[in-house]
Design a protein around this ligand. Structure first.
Ligand code: NAP
Length: 539
């Protein structure tokens, strides 16, 4: 296996293997609150709860452990008493810590975690007295980086040699490709039948937490709720179970996802995971926080990584990274969808273009009588604010439909460049304020202005909006932006970016699955996206 590329997950070896457990860390400061967290973890569907003894204020093992481990327990318990020198909060001698862990074993804890650095010392003290029912996890945490695959392999051997029942290695990602090495180690351990928890911390390591079931990881951690994480970028257990459908992830599960930076605001994981689930497609869709697109694609090059959505700032680089690019996407100069063909080649498409233009056309058709034989955009003056990926898609699409396209952009040189390509005039944002050459103009905002959390911002004054008959906003969080609200108040027909988002995602779904999209089903899923209480991936 090459050092960087991830091999396909081992389908055969994975057959009949135990499923990856979801473990909720209990991090309360008081024993009774921590016991309540165990019950809450059971209620969200977790398999195990980790009792972080080092978090307890004034912890007294003989008084508190019987409370925490009282039978019947809502969930099996993993007991951890992490010292400061390994990233925990315990700041004392090893002996009392070891005694507390041994007491936890006596009281029936199903798992006990001990750090590799002191594992031999602990084993000596234990001198074979570990109850059969208790599994010993020997753990190593690296808060700086992720070592080479060879070093990780050596670490596994070292941990195994202590007599561990389960190996735990947690490292830190400085870039998303670091996770590939952890996946290699998981595959290696699966071959050797070594139970391993292998996770990569930080937002760039996020996929390790969701995809470990594919590579046979023994357990993954999910917090009880946002703010109760025990490690950086830990998802909630509810997101692992409900949003990422982690129980259904196995060696054959295909991986899709959205490549971006930032990527945390995207609702694509919610939409695509639910859409996959609704048709029984064995796939998971994750956020990929990517710095270097070419490096990402060459690292995650196995057929398992089957397709990608692309967002800011990678849509233009994606044109160069694909082996083949659909002619429309090439003309636009932006790819928002990448599919890996069975021969391994990456093919790029642009579904933003159809999604946005059809949304605007239908918006106009619904609000005014139009000639069904031509596009309602034909002959209209179509003003695009922005000259990035979305701006290019809108400008190209409007031009294709016979509109006269004008580009306005913050960086005027970029407006000129796109305007020259399309064959229309370019404006500065200041000029746009007083631009009113004719009636019935259409405006499309393709900048991020007005996007959550900056919801009070708008790209054009309400006064200037009075010149437009139709206003579209590519921003879709929130659904009703300030731009759209003010445009509606001025009497314009408004079209939400959510409509573009749904339609471009429908196009992606068809590319990803090879199945026709069920419009009604997809829309029903998308409708739930506007619910503020909906689960959101957190990066
Ligand atoms: P992009 O390639 O990075 O382009 C961003 C554009 O916005 C550039 O023209 C940039 O101007 C301009 N811009 C950014 N911040 C600005 C500011 N503060 N003031 C004025 N102009 C600013 O991004 P993109 O992929 O085109 O995406 C743009 C927006 O469209 C994002 O909000 C994205 O979420 C949204 N979008 C929505 C959908 C959907 O389905 N609804 C699909 C795609 C994109 P400069 O050239 O001066 O930098």
């Amino acid at each position: 296996m090459s050092a960087s590329a991830v091999a396909p997950a081992m389908a055969a070896a994975g057959a009949g293997r135990p499923r990856t457990l979801v473990c909720v860390p209990a991090t309360a400061r008081a024993p009774r609150e921590m016991a309540a967290e165990l019950a809450a973890a059971a209620a969200v569907g977790a398999d195990v709860a980790e009792l972080r003894l080092d978090r307890l204020a004034g912890f007294a093992p003989r008084r508190d452990l019987p409370v925490l481990l009282a039978e019947p327990r809502p969930l099996p318990a993993l007991v951890t008493y992490r010292p400061k020198w390994e990233g925990g909060e315990y700041d004392g001698e090893d002996e009392p810590r070891f005694e507390a862990l041994m007491l936890a074993m006596e009281l029936g804890a199903e798992y006990v975690d001990i750090e590799l650095k002191v594992a031999d010392k602990f084993m000596k003290l234990l001198s074979g007295k570990k109850p059969e029912s208790c599994k010993l996890i020997v753990s190593s945490h690296n808060y700086e980086n992720t070592p080479s695959a060879e070093e990780l392999g050596n670490l596994v051997a070292q941990i195994k040699a202590t007599g561990a029942d389960i190996v735990k290695i947690a490292t830190t990602a400085t870039e998303i490709v670091d996770v590939a090495r952890m996946f290699q180690i998981l595959i290696h351990c699966q071959e050797k039948q070594v139970p391993i928890i292998g996770l990569v911390m930080n937002d760039r390591g996020f996929i390790s937490r969701v995809l470990c079931p594919k590579y046979g990881g023994y357990l993954t951690f999910g917090s009880l709720e946002k703010g109760k994480e025990s490690a950086p970028a830990q998802p909630t257990a509810a997101d692992l179970i409900n949003l990422y459908n982690i129980r259904a992830i196995g060696p054959d599960t295909k991986v899709f996802g959205i490549i971006g930076k930032p990527v945390g605001h995207s609702k694509s994981p919610i939409l695509h995971n639910e859409a996959f689930r609704s048709v029984g497609f064995n796939a998971v869709y994750v956020p990929f926080l990517v710095d270097d697109l070419a490096k990402f694609l060459s690292t995650y090059s196995s057929p398992d990584f089957a397709g990608f959505s692309c967002t800011i700032p990678h849509k233009e680089a994606a044109v160069r990274c694909c082996d083949e690019v659909d002619p429309i996407a090439r003309d636009i100069g932006a790819v928002n969808t990448i599919v890996r063909r069975p021969d391994g080649k990456l093919v790029g498409y642009n579904t933003d273009y159809v999604g946005a233009i059809s949304a605007i056309e239908d918006g106009i058709r619904e609000s005014q009588p139009t000639d069904p034989s031509t596009s309602p955009l034909a002959g209209k003056l179509f003003v695009v604010i922005g000259a990035g990926g979305a701006g290019k898609a809108l400008a190209y699409g409007a031009k294709e439909k016979g509109a006269r396209v004008v580009i306005a952009n913050r960086t005027f040189a970029r407006a000129q460049e796109l305007a020259n390509l399309i064959g229309g005039p370019a404006l500065t944002l200041a000029e746009l304020e007083n631009y009113h050459p004719e009636e019935g103009m259409i405006l499309a905002n393709t900048t991020a202005i007005g996007m959550h959390p900056n919801i009070n911002e708008t790209p054009l004054s309400k006064q200037a909006l009075k010149s437009y008959a139709v206003v579209f906003d590519a921003v879709y969080t929130p659904k009703e932006t300030r731009l759209l609200r003010e445009a509606a108040e001025c009497g314009a027909t408004v079209v939400s970016g959510l409509e573009m988002f749904i339609r471009q995602a429908m196009g992606q779904f068809e590319h990803f699955t090879g199945m026709p999209v069920d419009d009604d089903k997809f829309r029903a899923i998308a409708d739930s996206l506007d619910n503020p209480n909906i689960m959101k991936p957190r990066l």
